[in-house]
Design a protein around this ligand. Structure first.
Ligand code: SF4
Length: 388
């Protein structure tokens, strides 16, 4: 049986955050039931009996805008359609204002074993500027409730580079986040996407973004502070806690679902705008809610775009993703898949990047240095140019 990552997209939110260009619909509560039915239908349509589920990730949007019973019903359907590995990682994304103690306990008892909370900042004023509906106190309360509910694997999503934020503010957010003792932290730089209200606010001069140097300083601060606080940086933006003194049992808190993406392994994405990659075939679903519902109702695949990658494109994809990991791409997995060594494919383009301090050579592979991570797009374009 082939292990697969399974992603399910819940495209509903209470209100649109000002920076958001994810596929999410505020309101549309009348469509929740029909959408869930479509999601289950799409699972039945696309599932291959030779697969088994290694990880489940219910993301959004705001999955916890739905009642816990609806999310558990979705999980129950997955288990009837697909074999799920007994130790499967099952993540649900949640926003603090949409969960309570009994709901979290219900999710935990129903098999959700990882909670990913959209915390974003340790400052109420930044949460307000970007249009989040929760406060710092809400995050603190939710983490405590999640622990009481039995969650032993909690991620906090954070964003740096927020309007008006200084490196000192970010440092305070990091300290605050660590004080909540999460098991995992994701730290992403704010992207101002065209057409969002935040984009308008920036262009009209109503808010000021930190300079590029300040944003770089914030990224580097996370890469120094979090490892010193017991969190291993295993991917450009992701940090997993190491076991604490005297702790036994689980010791790997890296997100297994996201590792599937970064290792270029196969995954099936269901729902609005969800992407899938299976054996070099890649497709993305429709992102219009009505069109998606109509396609599934009609018994057709709700696919918007599909392509089959050439071996060269696949190699590039595997390396692009693999270089996001701090360990670098796995040289054995690469050689096994392509019958050629990583060193041969990268050729002499590594030389200047090694001497420039952007790459480091270690354990038969290459990895980005913190300096390389700051300009990863440029480094990878240079490194992989013959494949692109
Ligand atoms: S909660 Fe997330 S998906 Fe929903 S509007 Fe805000 S940023 Fe977008």
């Amino acid at each position: 049986m082939k292990p697969m990552g399974l992603y399910l997209h819940i495209p509903f939110c209470r209100r649109k955050c000002l920076y958001c260009d994810f596929c999410s619909y505020p309101g549309r509560t009348g469509d929740h039931h029909r959408y869930l039915a479509a999601l289950k239908q799409e699972l039945r349509q696309r599932w291959n009996p030779r697969w088994q589920v290694a990880t489940i990730y219910i993301g959004g949007g705001t999955p916890t805008i739905l009642p816990p019973s609806a999310l558990l019903d979705l999980l129950a359907t997955i288990r009837t359609v697909a074999p799920v590995q007994p130790q499967a990682e099952v993540t649900v994304e949640a926003n603090p204002e949409t969960v309570d103690g009994p709901g979290l306990a219900q999710l935990r008892a129903g098999g959700v074993n990882r909670l990913s909370l959209g915390a974003q900042s340790g400052h109420d004023r930044f949460l307000e500027i970007i249009g989040r509906r929760h406060t710092v106190a809400d995050v603190e309360r939710t983490v405590a409730l999640a622990r009481q509910a039995g969650f032993t694997n909690i991620n906090l999503d954070l964003i740096y580079g927020l309007p008006g934020e200084t490196p000192a503010d970010w440092q305070q957010t990091l300290r605050w986040a660590v004080s909540l003792r999460p098991d995992h932290l994701s730290c992403y730089g704010l992207q101002v996407e065209a057409g969002t209200p935040l984009d308008t606010m920036v262009r009209e001069g109503r808010v000021r973004l930190p300079s590029e140097d300040e944003v770089s300083a914030m990224f580097l601060a996370a890469t120094r502070f979090l490892p010193a606080a017991g969190y291993e940086q295993y991917e450009i933006a992701n940090f997993a806690r190491r076991p604490r003194a005297g702790e036994t049992g689980r010791c790997d808190y890296r997100c297994r679902h996201n590792l599937i993406y970064w290792r270029y392994q196969d995954y099936l994405g269901l729902g609005l705008a969800a992407a899938s990659t299976v054996a070099g075939h890649r497709w993305v679903n429709l992102s219009d809610l009505d069109a998606y519902l109509a396609a599934v109702d009609a018994g057709t695949a709700p696919t918007a775009l599909a392509e089959t990658l050439t071996p060269k494109q696949e190699m590039a994809e595997m390396l692009m993703l693999g270089f996001r990991l701090t360990a670098g791409p796995d040289p054995e997995a690469f050689a096994e898949r392509w019958g050629v060594s990583l060193a041969t494919v990268l050729g002499d383009r590594v030389g200047p990047l090694l001497s420039g301090g952007f790459l480091q050579q270690e354990a038969g592979t290459y990895r980005l240095t913190p300096r390389g991570m700051l300009v990863s797009n440029q480094v990878l374009t240079q490194l992989l140019s013959p494949l692109l």
